[in-house]
Design a protein around this ligand. Structure first.
Ligand code: SF4
Length: 200
């Protein structure tokens, strides 16, 4: 039987953050998250039972109704689900596949790009860190810079490093981030440009 996954929302838009910022992408936001970030902007995603289940075939059909070439699987915490079958199906359809995860659950699936955004509320599993193509640290307060460096040491040497201000703290944290990046140029700035543009 075809696997079903709880889906909070799925839509075609532009990736607003990180390395692939500005690219057209089909977002699939899977429901379910047990990480519990206090500043989470998608708290509705936490309870997977509140969201409809979709078959992988239905998700592929939805993606194929658009010209999308890139699919971003996000959440929630998408790795609460086994994503092997989803990635196999989307890959067989010729799609490029990125995941955005806190890393707090075992990695499943076959990915072109793994963005790990560790959270203080539930630490990532150590084995995922060397596999990250991108490390994205949300800066909520000053102590987060030191915390960011701790995770950077766990990544591989080609991993892209991003600091992103938490949205509600952006006016306070962005100047600190700019200053930090100038002193530590391996890091780059990630802004949630979709929020500035008011698109999903
Ligand atoms: S990991 Fe993501 S979805 Fe889960 S609580 Fe944190 S910000 Fe929200």
């Amino acid at each position: 039987m075809m696997q079903q996954l709880p889906v909070m929302e799925h839509f075609y838009t532009l990736q607003g953050e990180g390395f692939h910022q500005g690219r057209a992408a089909y977002f699939i936001r899977l429901a379910g998250c047990d990480v519990g970030c206090v500043w989470c902007d998608v708290k509705d995603s936490w309870d997977a039972t509140k969201h409809p289940h979709m078959t992988i075939e239905d998700l592929l059909t939805a993606v194929k109704e658009t010209p999308a070439q890139l699919v971003v699987i996000t959440g929630g915490e998408p790795l609460m689900h086994d994503l092997k079958q989803l990635t196999l199906t989307l890959k067989n359809a010729g799609l490029e596949l990125n995941i955005e995860t806190s890393g707090a659950h075992p990695l499943s699936g076959n990915w072109d790009w793994i963005c790990v955004s560790p959270k203080k509320f539930k630490a990532p599993l150590p084995e995922i860190m060397p596999k990250a193509n991108e490390l994205k640290i949300i800066i909520f307060n000053k102590s987060d810079f030191e915390w960011a460096e701790k995770y950077a040491t766990l990544t591989n040497e080609t991993c892209k490093l991003y600091l992103q201000p938490e949205w509600d703290k952006a006016s306070e944290m962005t100047p600190l981030i700019l200053d930090y990046i100038k002193k530590n140029p391996r890091w780059e700035l990630s802004l949630q440009i979709h929020k500035y543009m008011n698109i999903p």
